[in-house]
Design a protein around this ligand. Structure first.
Ligand SMILES: *[C@@H]1O[C@H](CO)[C@@H](O)[C@H](O)[C@H]1NC(C)=O
Length: 266
């Protein structure tokens, strides 16, 4: 008993990343976004270290970005990755400036401080953007915690996410789609078939993962080649895909893809 207590204490002292830590920081991100006051965020970087802030793959002064705009939040959903010490949050705003924003918060587990905030910020003119549609369909999905005995391992969830993306340029890859797989792409909803293939070569690069075994979720920030006619084909525009995996099978997919200029689709 004593040994267990001491071990637990040691692992805390060395800065283990907990779900509660990530939940607290994520909640304060949401509050700051709603207030339009990034400086109110908890754990804003260790002393003397710069916090990296990016929107749509571009580095930005945090005070000049969407976090300073006071975004009314109609809906939020978050996942927590205690292994990578990161969270991913999506919000939908149907306010005066409608947005769908996906944000990955990366925390240094030793200090419990934020070290990077990166967001995919979608609004009018982005790929299939429609905040009312996003709100309606996202809200109706069920993302309850998966009972412990039924949880997929992190590797299984990650492999499902990678297979989904790898299959775009390689039709020999068969992603594990569930029967009722549904994809929320921008504000449009497609059910029953989540398969996508494009003309190869189609190489998806720059993948950053957030994985939550409790929610059966993986989010992948990455680049999407070809779609945006205003920029070079590769690596392409920024996007992210959030997947819910149940029993090894893909149930839901959410895609938010940014256009460098309005209505960029080829
Ligand atoms: C986020 O969603 C939860 C419900 O899932 C809600 O209780 C909370 O108030 C929301 N936060 C914000 C800032 O809208």
């Amino acid at each position: 008993m004593l040994a267990v207590a001491i071990l637990a204490h040691l692992s805390l002292a060395s800065g283990a990343c907990t779900r509660d830590l990530l939940k607290g920081i994520t909640a304060s991100y949401l509050d700051a976004l709603a207030l339009g006051k990034p400086t109110t965020m908890k754990s804003l970087g260790a002393e003397g270290t710069a916090l990296a802030y990016q929107e749509n793959d571009v580095s930005l002064d945090i005070s000049k970005g969407v976090l300073s705009q006071s975004v009314s939040i109609d809906f939020n959903r978050s996942i927590y990755d205690t292994t990578e010490c990161a969270s991913y949050t999506e919000i939908v705003s149907t306010g005066k400036h409608p947005y769908v924003i996906g944000t990955r918060l990366a925390v240094t587990s030793d200090s419990g401080k934020l070290n990077k905030i990166e967001s995919v910020v979608c609004d009018d003119g982005d790929w299939l953007f429609n905040a009312a549609g996003s709100l309606r369909y996202n809200k109706q999905e069920v993302w309850d915690p998966i009972p412990e005995a039924k949880r997929d391992k992190r590797e299984v969830i990650k492999a499902a996410g990678d297979a989904y993306i790898d299959a775009w340029g390689d039709s020999s890859v068969q992603p594990p789609f569930g029967k009722s797989c549904a994809r929320l792409e921008g504000g449009s909803y497609l059910t029953g078939n989540c398969k996508l293939n494009f003309q190869p070569p189609f190489k998806v690069t720059n993948r950053r993962y957030t994985i939550d075994e409790e929610l059966g979720a993986v989010d992948i920030f990455h680049n999407f080649p070809f779609l945006d006619k205003f920029i070079p084909r590769d690596p392409g525009t920024q996007t992210n895909n959030l997947l819910r995996v149940e029993g090894g099978q893909i149930k839901y997919i959410h895609e938010n893809t940014v256009c460098s200029k309005k209505s960029c689709a080829k």
